[in-house]
Design a protein around this ligand. Structure first.
Ligand code: FES
Length: 102
């Protein structure tokens, strides 16, 4: 499924996170400080907190509940207590509009 999630690239400033839903799947979309867009599963694989409510630190998103960190490009766990990686999704800009593939 491909879904248009943002009306313009300016909506996401560097360092920001935004929740969206694609086909029933919660997705956390964001932009790193270096300007790269990413899309990662919103539900933390540890105990289901919303990663969109967390904080982006470099290329890692920190869960607001127990501070696990995940690499936003690969979903890899960078900091415990989570042990299971988060899913990530391709996101691309088409004519200034972001699309997420779930
Ligand atoms: S719910 Fe995210 S680290 Fe526990």
């Amino acid at each position: 499924v491909t879904k248009h999630v943002l009306d313009g690239v300016d909506v996401l400033s560097p360092g920001s996170l935004q929740y969206t839903e694609v086909d029933g799947v919660g997705v956390c979309v964001g932009r790193t400080a270096s300007g790269d867009l990413f899309a990662i599963e919103d539900e933390c694989p540890h105990e289901a907190a919303s990663l969109s409510d967390g904080e982006l630190i470099g290329d890692e998103v920190e869960c607001p509940l127990h501070a696990s960190r995940f690499d936003v490009r690969t979903g890899e766990v960078r900091c415990l207590p989570a042990r299971v990686p988060a899913r990530t999704f391709p996101v691309e800009l088409v004519d200034g509009v972001a699309w997420v593939n779930v």
